[in-house]
Design a protein around this ligand. Structure first.
Ligand SMILES: *Cc1c(COP(=O)(O)O)cnc(C)c1O
Length: 434
């Protein structure tokens, strides 16, 4: 093997995969099996003791899912990864090794609405507390730190408001507090942003979005950089102290920079159970092969659409970090040099009613609650994804009543713009241009 470091496009096609040793199959097979036969009793014992790598039961590890884990870890520049059943379970699994009852996670007010619900309400049932702060200024995070803080969780490129945070600045204050920085990189994908290069310790994805890219499969993944020192303080006993559930084995001592990832499988997936199915992992692997090509087209189409919208008389504002008019433009240039993604919001002069009319008038755009599909998607967050939030929370998340969110697909951009032209005409009471 050459020492040459492989490029992103090569890793997207090959990382983690090799021809199947039993059959020579070139594409990764779907290992649709719950369990794996042991060589003998000693082999079984050493697998259960975590002394040798291997497969026991697909809730813990599975060969198809492992290829996905290795591939995303390679694309993010991480040490290891744990795939999960959804993006939301990735968030819980990511925090599980770090948090205990009474502990706090500092979370961004600009997270995806579903994440704010999960952290703000359901975490209380575990005794976990989410403390929400505006991530625009890293000092807000510094001020929220308490002795119980165990993690900081933000979206680098935030859904849906076109927010790009200062990842390196936030990493500095997070590390000063002696805790890891977790970045939800779903909106950017590793093609546009690699948070670990800017100081993030752990990256999570909803693979449901750009990684699978085709709107067919729910999934998530947690990637560990392997760089955080779990022994630097006594905040992380699950990793740095003997584990009673493994006869006193200490994960950080035994597994070094793979400790967090192995804990994610051996305790996280074993006890919480949100494993990704081999079939969904396979579909997601197919998607990742074309991630670089798709992201280039997503970004190019989006630039044309936002330039069109900025000039449209029915549009009050466009919030896309790729536009010089965005207050996040400088952060976008630094953290997303290849483009600011394809999900953005804009405001309609006609407010809530115009938003509802627009989503109902589009024909090419699908009106649904997803992003990162090959298809162009439209939604009015205030009446759907952000409906459970108070109006104050909606505004903080960039999802007020006049806001429409688009996820620009990879169709012909002229068709995308023609559809918006028709829809905006209907929403502002004008006849559509033929
Ligand atoms: C969709 C999404 C999630 C949740 O992922 P699921 O796969 O739907 O569980 C989390 N974060 C972001 C930014 C998302 O877009």
């Amino acid at each position: 093997m050459s020492e040459h470091k492989r490029g992103f496009e090569t890793l997207a096609v090959h990382a983690g995969a090799s021809p199947d040793p039993a059959t020579g199959a070139r594409a990764t097979p779907i290992y649709q099996t719950t369990s794996f036969v042991f060589d003998d009793a000693d082999h079984a014992a050493s697998l259960f003791n975590l002394q040798v790598p291997g497969f026991i039961y697909s809730r813990l590890t599975n060969p198809t899912v492992s290829v996905l884990e290795e591939r995303v870890a390679a694309l993010e520049g991480g040490r290891g990864a744990t795939a999960t059943a959804s993006g939301h379970s990735a968030q819980i699994l990511a925090l599980f090794p770090l948090m205990g009852p009474g502990d706090e996670v500092i979370a961004s007010t600009k997270l995806y609405g579903g994440s704010i619900n999960q952290m703000g309400h359901s975490y209380k049932k575990f005794g976990w507390k989410a403390v929400f702060v505006d991530p625009d200024d890293p000092k807000n995070i510094e001020r929220a730190v308490t002795p119980k803080t165990k993690a900081v969780f933000i979206e680098g490129l935030a859904n849906p408001g076109g927010v790009v945070v200062d990842i390196a600045g936030i990493a500095d204050v997070t590390h000063k507090a002696g805790v890891p920085l977790l970045i939800d990189n779903t909106l950017a994908s590793p093609f546009l942003c690699r948070p670990i290069e800017h100081g993030a310790d752990i990256v999570i994805h909803s693979t449901t979005k750009f990684l699978s890219g085709n709107g067919t499969s729910i999934g998530g993944v947690v990637v560990d950089s392997g760089k955080f020192d779990w022994f630097q303080n006594d905040k992380f006993p699950s990793l740095s102290k003997p584990a009673p559930e493994y006869h006193g084995l200490c994960f950080a001592e035994t597994f070094g920079d793979l400790a967090y990832t192995i804990y994610g499988h051996a305790i996280g997936l074993r006890d919480l159970g949100p494993s990704q199915s081999p079939f969904n992992a396979w579909v997601t692997l197919l998607g990742i092969e074309t991630l670089p090509l798709r992201m280039e087209r997503h970004v190019a189409n989006t630039m044309k659409v936002v330039q069109y919208l900025e000039k449209h008389p029915a549009v009050a504002w466009v919030s896309y970090a790729g536009l010089p008019s965005s207050k996040y433009h400088a952060n976008a240039k630094r953290y997303l040099p290849k483009g600011a993604g394809s999900v953005f919001t804009f405001g309609l002069k006609g407010g809530y009613q115009a938003g509802v009319q627009l989503v109902e008038s589009c024909e090419l755009f699908s009106h649904l609650a997803n992003i990162g599909d090959t298809r162009s998607l439209i939604i009015h967050p205030a009446s759907t994804t952000h409906r459970q939030l108070t109006e104050e929370q909606q505004k903080a998340a960039g999802a007020g009543p006049d806001v429409v969110r688009l996820s620009i697909g990879i169709e012909s951009v002229d068709d995308i713009i023609a559809d918006l032209e028709r829809g905006l005409g209907a929403a502002s009471g004008r006849k559509a241009a033929e």
